[in-house]
Ligand binder design. Structure first.
Ligand code: ADP
Ligand code: MG
Length: 239
């Protein structure tokens, strides 16, 4: 297992946002982490990525305990993440944005040529232009999501955490975003945890899904099983 989350709990004061969540992700797998708004997806995500400190529980990345480490340390151990709300450096080019991410992922220990090569490779995987003149300014919602993905890929992660990659996209763009994540796994073998509150298109590309409700896991199984599960239907459509 590349990622093992066990008994993960996050409390904000007296409120339990994530309640003893356990799941694992095998190497090369795409896992969909689903749940309605407020179910604890982002809090789980942020506890795994080191943006939040778990109250209790364990997060093992490639066998190594990372719970409680900060986001930089976890990134350097091979976890790449996207942000739900893209915040690129708008005054820099696409290549420059991805190059900075490559330096960050390598903790500065690569040459400029290597950083730019990782950046161009990541942009290509995210289907963005790689020429020096390509700017952030012209990108729409879908382009900005792709740049988020490219910046995460430029850190050369073993595990990619993608948060709400479909927000603000239209139907065709959602399909394209889903196919892109699958392609990245297929050609690079990168393990992916894809967090989303929209189920539709995600179910067609993920290997397994974990569904959260009120901070707890209410379902784990294949996309097909998820579509037939009564509790999943209840959470998504109401009782
Ligand atoms: P999701 O990503 O599934 O929409 P979140 O993980 O963002 O859900 O939130 C889960 C619950 O935790 C929500 O009820 C939210 O209001 C609460 N929450 C999230 N972050 C904080 C915080 N920093 N302080 C207090 N409550 C929070
Ligand atoms: Mg969220």
């Amino acid at each position: 297992m590349l990622l093992q989350v066990s008994g993960l709990t996050k409390k904000f004061g007296g409120f339990t946002a994530v309640d003893k969540v356990s799941f694992s992700v095998a190497r090369g797998e795409i896992l969909g982490l689903l749940g309605p708004n407020g179910s604890g997806k982002s809090t789980t995500f942020n506890c795994i990525a080191g943006m939040l400190r778990p109250t209790s529980g364990s997060v093992k990345l490639d066998g190594e305990e990372v719970a409680g480490l900060n986001a930089d340390a976890i990134c350097h151990k091979g976890l790449g993440r996207t942000f739900q709300i893209p915040r690129p450096f708008r005054e820099l080019s696409l290549v420059e944005n991805a190059t900075l991410a490559a330096y960050y992922g390598a903790n500065g220990r690569i040459t400029r040529a290597e950083a730019e090569s990782r950046a161009r490779d990541a942009l290509q995987l995210a289907q963005l232009p790689t020429e020096a003149s390509a700017r952030v300014g012209g990108l729409g919602a879908a382009g900005l999501k792709k740049l988020e993905l490219a910046r995460a890929l430029a850190t050369q992660p073993k595990l990619l955490l993608a948060d709400e990659s479909l927000g603000g996209l239209d139907g065709g763009e959602m399909r394209q975003a889903a196919d892109m994540l699958k392609h990245i796994r297929d050609v690079r073998g990168i393990t992916i945890v894809w967090v989303e509150h929209i189920m539709g298109v995600l179910l067609s590309v993920v290997d397994r899904v974990v569904v959260l409700d009120h901070g707890a896991v209410i379902f784990q199984g294949t996309p097909r099983e998820a579509q037939q599960d009564e509790r999943v239907a209840e959470v998504y459509l109401g009782p």
